[in-house]
Structures are given as structure tokens and as C-alpha cells.
Design a protein around this ligand. Structure first.
Ligand code: FAD
Length: 361
């Protein structure tokens, strides 16, 4: 059993890092959670948290799971429409009495539920990781402001542009998925009635979804197939964040009106990328979880879920393992086949629905 005085550093206070930090604190580990922003980002858009993600939260901390159920809307129906607005197919969703629902929920509510389960003294804001070094007996994180942290294990939960990842696998490239996406949240509870998830299937170079996230709010995502400018390679945000009016005009009027009613401050835009499956998740005293390990196309909505599953599995192996190295090997043996499968099927589905992936150079 790994000693309770084991010092674990986690880089990145997104959903994967905050959940892992809270689980390890519960088990008595000495946890330091480093975030480059002054405080974990609590804004964001709507999220479809599938049942596997809810189960990963329920197993680690039922209170987090309950808080998310209270805050959001259980998925009640998937509806597929064409660009004229005609219904192509509808799939009602129902749950047995003892079954956890898939949830449609504001990312803010998820973050708040996770942060409520965390003892805040472990959180270090304005800590922008620059590099990592390790020896047989310890690992050292070096931050841009000159600070250092030394401990027994370092976890990279620092997202798709991970600074920890090169210490585990070098030269990982982002693969552009061919879409620029705008997402927003607007006050409306009529367009997507309780728990509805509406998809406008891909056609004429666009794709869109709209879903209820509870609290009288609707989330939307509007995807436009678009080449990147030469100098935009591997950047997340486009130089021009405005939604092209000609593309928006391809949506039926009622759907377009929802997007047009959204205050500009509530709209974010970004290019979509994934990464190739990594050959390993750990090296020595360093391990990767969440998007840092397996960023994928949002097509199957497994991104946040797989980060929660990683956190739960890593916490379980560290708690039960004889030492850090045995625990990391067991974590990798369990998770690598699962996350590779998520990455493979997300990419496959993404190509099938017509995304034009560009392979990394
Ligand atoms: C358009 C789109 C829609 C999506 N929809 C869904 C969905 O419906 N359902 C779903 O499950 N998933 C969805 N996802 C995926 C999901 O958002 C991600 O998989 C998930 O948020 C990843 O969480 P993370 O904690 O691993 O990484 P992140 O959320 O990226 O967190 C990483 C953290 O690390 C910090 N950080 C980065 N670099 C450093 C550094 N050098 N030093 C210190 N800190 C650092 C960052 O500031 C950040 O706080 C979607 C993604 C996209 C792009």
C-alpha cells in the first residue's frame, strides 16, 4: 500500500484534474493541484455527460453525481432533423428506476460540484508549468515564474496542449478535424423542451446541435467546415471569431433565431482537433489523464467522461498499489485499451458523418 504521505502533483484544474485531486485527498494523499489560470475556469458551455461518466462520478463521490443531477436535465430524447427542419428520426430515452441518467448540464455546474468536494488549500493558481524533470526517487515540476514543486508522482491533466505530455511521449501533433465550432448558451426553454437534444445533420458544410441544460437555458453548437489559415496551424481560437452570416443562413429560421438571440459574450469559438492514440500513458513518475492523454473528436461525447474514468481508475490503483510504479503500470494496463477504443471510434464516427480530417504533418 502506498504511504499516505505520498506527494502527488496534478497539473491542470480542468474537470479531470479537479476530480482526481478530490479523490486522492479523500484517500489521504498529499495533493498539490497546479493551474495556470488564477482560478479554475468555471465558465464554458453545455455538456452531454453520458451514463458512463455519471457512473464514474457516482463510484468516486455520490454527492458530486447528485449535484449534477440537480443542476441539469436528464437526456429524454434525441431528435435528428435535416436543414429544412424536417424531422428525420426521434429516439426517446428512458431510464430504469435504479439507473443513472445521461445528463445535459452547464460545464459551470459540473466544475462547481467538483470544486465543492475539494479542500481548497491544495489549489495553486497562476502556476504555469514549463517543464518536468525526474530521478529514480522524485519528480520536479518547474513553473514559468521560477517556482518548483518536488514530489513522488506528477499527473498531467493539462488538456490537449499538455506541457507534461512531452515527458511521457515526445512530438505529439494535433490533428485538425476540419471544423470551426461556435458554442453558446441562451435563455430559452421552448426550442428544446425538457431534456431534448436536437441535431441538424451535417449538410452543405455545416452541422448544429441544440440541447436543454436545465434552469431555462439552451446550449447550441454550430460547426462550419473550414480550412485554417497558414498561420493558424495548431491554434485553438480563430483570428476572426465572427459567425459567417452565409453559413448561419443555411439553418432553418427557428434554429437560427436561437443563435442570433445569444449575447455575444456568451459565445465562444474554437477549432476542433484530436490526437493520435499514444503508445503509453506513463513514464517513470509521470502519468497522463484526460485530454492530455487522449483528446478526441466530440462526436461520441466521451471527452469529459473518459477523464472522470481515468481519475477514478488512477485513484483506485494508487490507493491499492504496492508502490507508485506498480500502480501506474496497472493504471496503464487498464486504461490504454479503453481510451484507444474511444479515440478510434470517435474518429471513425467523425469521418463517417463527413468531417474532413487533416492528418498532422
Ligand atoms: C466543441 C466541443 C464539444 C465538447 N462536448 C463535450 C460533451 O458534450 N461531452 C463530453 O463529455 N465532452 C465534450 N467535449 C470534450 C471535453 O470538453 C473535454 O474532453 C474535457 O473538458 C477535458 O477535460 P480535461 O480536464 O482533461 O482538460 P481541460 O478541460 O482542457 O483542462 C486542462 C486544464 O489545464 C490547465 N493547463 C493547461 N496548460 C497548463 C500549464 N502549462 N500549467 C498549468 N495548468 C495548465 C488549463 O488551464 C485547464 O484548466 C467537447 C469538446 C469540444 C471541443
Amino acid at each position: 500500500m502506498i504511504a499516505a504521505n505520498c506527494r502527488v502533483g496534478i497539473v491542470g484544474a480542468g474537470t479531470s484534474g479537479v476530480y482526481l485531486a478530490s479523490l486522492l485527498q479523500q484517500q489521504g494523499f498529499q495533493v498539490a493541484l497546479f493551474e495556470k489560470a488564477p482560478y479554475p475556469r468555471t465558465e464554458g458551455c453545455g455538456i452531454l455527460l453520458v451514463q458512463a461518466g455519471m457512473a464514474a462520478l457516482q463510484q468516486g463521490n455520490p454527492q458530486i453525481c447528485q449535484a449534477i443531477i440537480q443542476a441539469g436535465a436528464p437526456v429524454s430524447r434525441f431528435e435528428f432533423r435535416n436543414l429544412r427542419g424536417d424531422l428525420i428520426n426521434a429516439e426517446p430515452v428512458s431510464y430504469a428506476a435504479d439507473e443513472l441518467p445521461g445528463m445535459l448540464v452547464h460545464r459551470k455546474a459540473i466544475l462547481h460540484a467538483l470544486l465543492d468536494a475539494l479542500s481548497p488549500e491544495c489549489l495553486h493558481g497562476n502556476a504555469d508549468l514549463q517543464s518536468v524533470t525526474q530521478t529514480d526517487s522524485s519528480v520536479i515540476a518547474h513553473f514559468k515564474d521560477g517556482r518548483q514543486w518536488e514530489g513522488d508522482l506528477l499527473v498531467g491533466a493539462d488538456g490537449i496542449l499538455s506541457q507534461v505530455r512531452p515527458a511521457v511521449v515526445s512530438d505529439v501533433q494535433l490533428c485538425y478535424l476540419g471544423d470551426l465550432v461556435w458554442r453558446g448558451i441562451v435563455e430559452d426553454q421552448t426550442f428544446c423542451p425538457a431534456g431534448n437534444f436536437i441535431v441538424y445533420v451535417r449538410g452543405r458544410g455545416i452541422y448544429a446541435n441544440f440541447f436543454d441544460i436545465g434552469g431555462g437555458l439552451t446550449h447550441w453548437g454550430f460547426f462550419v467546415e473550414q480550412q485554417q489559415q497558414e498561420d493558424e496551424d495548431s491554434i485553438l481560437r480563430p483570428q476572426d471569431p465572427s459567425i459567417p452570416a452565409a453559413e448561419l443562413a443555411k439553418l432553418p429560421e427557428d434554429a437560427r433565431a436561437i443563435i442570433e438571440a445569444t449575447p455575444p459574450a456568451q459565445i465562444v469559438s474554437r477549432y476542433s482537433y484530436d490526437i493520435d492514440p499514444l503508445p503509453r500513458l506513463q513514464q517513470g513518475r509521470i502519468v497522463l489523464i484526460g485530454d492530455a492523454a487522449h483528446a478526441k473528436s466530440p462526436t461520441r461525447a466521451r471527452g469529459m467522461t473518459s477523464g472522470f474514468e481515468d481519475a477514478l481508475a488512477l485513484s483506485r490503483h494508487l490507493t491499492a498499489g504496492a508502490d507508485v510504479s506498480t500502480a501506474l503500470a496497472a493504471f496503464e494496463a487498464e486504461r490504454l485499451p479503453i481510451v484507444h477504443e474511444y479515440q478510434r471510434t470517435s474518429r471513425e464516427m467523425s469521418r463517417k458523418i463527413g468531417r474532413r480530417h487533416k492528418q498532422a504533418a
